[in-house]
Design a protein around this ligand. Structure first.
Ligand code: CA
Length: 647
């Protein structure tokens, strides 16, 4: 239920224009909007300290430049209160309360720009509206192009960054970039050019002494392009940038094409201590479901042969082994990756699906999104890129009992590509299919907008742990950043709790994993996705201690609540997540030395809990731990080690 109370309205402002201010319900977070010399400027403060200094606003459109010659003509203030449910994100019930301010500006030639700010206790969000003052005088004006956006984020001097560069379009493997699979640099100064000269992909994490800010966007579907942050400019900060023309194989526009009137997606800034970032629901607070679920979609866990067994494992016999593994573990799903159409074939896939169903396991099948936007050779191709092809394919998928698809290798952030994501999702819903995306963009509110959306890769994922020792060495670092950044705003298909010691089928050859088993088990809780990959292999059933397997058998993937406990991006993280009445406290340590913490875990106070932790040699142990009545627990996490506390 959404409630919008209009608290006050000032129409037809006259005389000198004063700054207008909108504060969060607690008053700690405040946005000031000013209109000096026809331009539009905002700033953000938190507890009286500047988070974002004076920064630009406005749009450049084909019907007018709405970054200048603007006159404030009205201000409307209100309060938004909404309680809503979420099936596939970090919490199941959200109570969103924010103050809203909409300022209306008149530009040249009767063009009208509105800026709406919503300020909750942890998040600032804003979006634009464009309309014409006298539509009756311009009966042929019904559309516009938005060429660029002036919105910028001017952080104070000394702010450091945890941001990930946008890749050069059409670069790297199979010319498939950008796919949000680049490396984060921790606590870096702002005035360093990005690695490839294309700015930074959302979300972008900024560190301002005791306060943090996470910049992203939400509500981006078929009606707009995806945005990112451009290069840093001294005195101006980072401005919103739209996709490059080279994305999507050069096809489609580098701007947004919209009807008039219209509203843009929301730009979001989560502000506060790390708790605010880890717990934010801003990506979901500002969007609405775009259609109803056609069936009661189920979360769960999936096995995935491809991560360590690679392409050659996509054959009937190996997939039977993985289905049997899912069945033995009580997992709901098994994901069959690329080349299944050639290496298994469609007829035998129907048999394999029937076999899986006989074992109580549902299959999910891989597809390329192609098209023509990159040179990825994997098949099946040309099944997901047009409505006609999808209709035929999804009919067949439903007829053999397939429950989900993973669609890979998209073309970037153009509106054209955002339309494809939405079309795949809405078509899949008609056939009862859940959808995971890989080689893709960041989902922007999609868990709420599209009820059959599960999660996206859009991260330097587990496949890199397999590919190179250097990436394997970075696993702990990466997974302690994401809870405050990538995974804070969207579900993440990182691709697996890994228990093989070595990144190979024989578990002896190739490079070793650098994390402990407890670390990996804890990633099953820290990494949030509604269908969690457990990259377990049949050999693990006899190689790892039974208590590890027992833990994974009971691993939830749906969370009713998420609470920050402790952490620092790139160094360590401890989160508590609740499933029903069961709390799971999980920690990851990316430091090179043991980390002793006194955790504040009031949800477990006075209880004796199971404690999964590593000994000094990194060997996983299961002990019990009595949590003090005051909710304090002293624990030590080993280097690249982990922790789980649960009943
Ligand atoms: Ca990938």
């Amino acid at each position: 239920m959404k409630l919008l109370l209009i608290l006050g309205m000032v129409a037809a402002l006259t005389g000198p224009q004063k700054p207008v201010v909108v504060q969060s319900p607690s008053g700690a977070l405040a946005v000031t909007l000013e209109n000096p010399s026809g331009e539009l400027v905002y700033d953000v403060s938190y507890n009286g300290e500047t988070v974002i200094g004076k920064s630009s606003l406005g749009l450049v459109t084909s019907i007018g430049d709405l970054t200048r010659d603007l006159t404030l003509t009205g201000v409307e203030e209100g309060r938004v209160e909404e309680q809503y449910g979420l099936r596939t994100a970090k919490t199941s019930r959200v109570n969103y309360v924010a103050n809203e301010l909409t300022a209306t500006f008149e530009g040249k030639d009767g063009r009208v720009l509105t800026v709406t700010f919503r300020v909750s206790d942890s998040d600032v969000a804003f979006r634009y509206g464009v309309s014409v003052k006298h539509p009756a005088r311009e009966p042929e004006l019904h559309r516009t192009i938005v060429y660029s956006e002036a919105s910028s984020f001017n952080f104070p001097e000394g702010t450091t960054t945890f941001i990930c560069p946008m890749a050069e379009p059409g670069s790297r493997w199979a010319h498939a970039r950008p796919s949000y699979e680049e490396v984060y640099t921790p606590d870096a100064p702002m005035d360093v050019p990005s690695a490839f000269g294309y700015g930074y992909s959302f979300p972008c994490l900024f560190h301002l002494g005791s306060t943090w800010a996470l910049v992203s966007e939400t509500g981006v579907g078929s009606g707009y392009c995806g945005a990112h942050l451009g290069e840093y400019q001294k005195g101006k900060g980072y401005a919103i940038a739209y996709p490059s023309q080279e994305e999507n194989g050069g096809y489609g526009t580098a701007f947004a094409a919209v009807p008039v009137p219209f509203s843009t997606p929301w730009r979001t800034i989560t502000v506060g201590p790390l708790k605010a970032l880890a717990e934010t629901t801003v990506a979901y607070d500002l969007v609405e479901p775009l259609y109803e679920a056609s069936t009661a979609y189920q979360g769960g866990r999936y096995t995935w042969s491809w991560l360590l067994w690679q392409d050659s494992s996509v054959n009937y016999e190996d997939q039977v082994q993985m289905i049997d593994l899912s069945a033995a573990m009580g997992f709901e799903y098994c994901l069959v990756d690329n080349w299944w159409d050639q290496q298994i074939g469609r007829d035998r896939m129907a048999e394999l699906a029937a076999y899986a169903q006989s074992k109580g396991v549902s299959l999910m099948l891989w597809y390329s999104s192609n098209g023509f936007w990159n040179d990825a050779p994997q098949t099946p191709k040309h099944c997901m890129n047009t409505a006609v092809a999808r209709e035929r394919e999804m009919q067949w998928l439903r007829s053999i009992g397939i429950k989900g698809i993973k669609v890979d290798f998209f073309g970037g952030d153009k509106q054209e590509t955002l339309q494809l994501y939405e079309d795949i999702l809405s078509d899949a819903n008609r056939f009862g299919l859940q959808v995971i995306f890989h080689g893709c963009t960041l989902p922007r509110g999609w868990e709420r907008m599209y009820p059959n959306f599960v999660a996206s890769e859009a991260v330097m994922a587990s496949e890199n742990v397999y590919f190179t020792p250097e990436d394997a060495a970075r696993e702990a670092f990466d997974l302690t950043i994401h809870p405050f950044c990538r995974n804070a705003v969207a579900s993440m298909d990182w691709g697996g709790v890994i228990l093989n010691r070595h990144m190979s089928r024989d578990n002896r050859s190739r490079h070793a994993r650098t994390t402990t088993d407890t670390f990996e088990l804890a990633t099953g809780i820290i990494n949030q996705s509604a269908i969690q990959c457990v990259a377990l292999y049949p050999n693990n059933l006899t190689e790892v201690p039974q208590f590890e397997l027992d833990f994974l058998k009971g691993l939830p993937s749906a969370w009713d609540e998420t609470r920050y406990v402790d952490g620092y991006p790139g160094k360590y993280v401890v989160l508590a997540r609740r499933h029903g009445d069961q709390w799971y406290v999980a920690g990851l340590n990316a430091l090179k030395e043991p980390l002793t913490l006194t955790l504040d875990v009031p949800m477990l106070s006075g209880q004796t809990v199971r404690c999964y932790v590593d000994d000094k040699n990194g060997t996983p142990t299961l002990t019990s731990l009595k949590i003090k009545a005051d909710g304090r627990a002293k624990v030590t996490l080993q280097p690249n080690g982990g922790l789980i506390l649960c009943r």
